[in-house]
Design a protein around this ligand. Structure first.
Ligand SMILES: C[C@](O)(CO)[C@H](O)COP(=O)(O)OP(=O)(O)OC[C@H]1O[C@@H](n2ccc(N)nc2=O)[C@H](O)[C@@H]1O
Ligand SMILES: Nc1ncnc2c1ncn2[C@@H]1O[C@H](COP(=O)(O)OP(=O)(O)OP(=O)(O)O)[C@@H](O)[C@H]1O
Length: 270
């Protein structure tokens, strides 16, 4: 079975409190971004995991796809599998790429072994692998709160909007990013702000990681300014960075922009 784990963007992200377990409470809207890895999962004589594409730090058995398989194997009688992950989505980017691999592995194994788990059950497994993972089980725009793994439906859709995402070849660790932010009450209600025209989001929709990280990584501010300069109606850091995106509604494609040769860029329509 071949699946294509896609990335996500965060529209607004507010870190609202510190939880007793040391994690933060947050509020954000997640939307799928069609920048994808490729993951093949097949029944096999013996277990194996092949990794190609962008190198992933860590031992293969700690890869989130493999951890997804081990999580299910602890509860179900699964035969060996061979997995092949071709990594395309940049790592440490705030795009949830590793989390998507884990969630798509759970979904693929559910189908392959006919486990018949409903989405809510798959989300429970996904939460055990990372805060971002559960989003990718249903993979549609949602308002996320608590640890970012509890969802409420939202009517917003960015379908058809031109978008550019720029990864400035900078790995920002999620834990490091959270450590730099002091939780606070959001200045604006996120869902109310997002219901207004996109041109107003610049003044009312923000990502708390941006204020905390930009002084340490000025390139984040420079990319955001360049996206506005190129005509974006809204531009922001995604998640804990370092990817920065711009939205260009009404355009068939985002404008071309010169960037350094070691940056990774996704341009397309959501
Ligand atoms: C920044 C976001 O991408 C926004 O969507 C996510 O919150 C990150 O989710 P993730 O990469 O799946 O993160 P996890 O693997 O669960 O956690 C990595 C580290 O981030 C911090 N963390 C994560 C989520 C959260 N709600 N509070 C936290 O404080 C913790 O220090 C944790 O050890
Ligand atoms: N399939 C995978 N893809 C990416 N990272 C993985 C994967 N499996 C395990 N990891 C580990 O997770 C770390 C990346 O986590 P990190 O949270 O920084 O990035 P991410 O999952 O790509 O996206 P985000 O920045 O949105 O959380 C890597 O350093 C690697 O050790």
């Amino acid at each position: 079975m071949l699946v294509f784990p896609n990335a996500k963007l965060n529209l607004g992200l507010y870190i609202t409190g510190l939880r007793p377990d040391g994690f933060r409470d947050l509020e954000s809207v997640f939307v799928p971004l069609p920048w994808s890895d490729a993951l093949e999962v097949l029944p096999a004589e013996s277990d194996s995991l092949a990794l190609t594409g962008i190198p992933i730090p860590g031992e293969p058995h700690t890869n989130l796809c493999w951890r997804a398989y081990e999580l299910l194997r602890a509860d179900f009688n699964l035969s060996p599998v061979q997995m092949h992950l071709h990594k395309i989505v940049p790592i440490g980017a705030g795009l949830g790429g590793g989390s998507a691999d884990a969630a798509f592995a759970l979904r693929a194994l559910n189908e392959l072994f006919e486990l018949k788990m409903p989405p809510a059950k798959l989300e429970d497994y996904a939460r055990r692998l990372g805060s971002d993972c559960a989003f990718f089980i249903q993979n549609k725009p949602v308002f996320a709160h608590e640890k970012g793994d509890v969802f409420a439906p939202i009517s917003l859709s960015l379908a058809g909007v031109a978008c550019k995402v720029i990864y400035p070849n900078l790995h920002i660790s999620t834990a490091e990013a959270y450590a730099r932010v002091t939780p606070r009450t959001p200045r604006h209600d996120l869902r109310t702000s997002l219901a207004r025209p996109m041109e107003t989001w610049r003044d009312t929709v923000s990502n708390d990681f941006e204020d905390a990280l930009t002084p340490h990584y000025p390139v984040l501010g420079e990319l955001k300014a360049a996206l506005y300069e190129a005509g974006a109606a809204y531009a922001s850091l995604s998640g804990s960075g370092s990817a920065v995106y711009g939205l260009f509604p009404g355009k068939e494609m985002p404008p071309s922009m010169p960037v350094a040769s070691d940056y990774l860029v996704w341009s397309g329509v959501l």
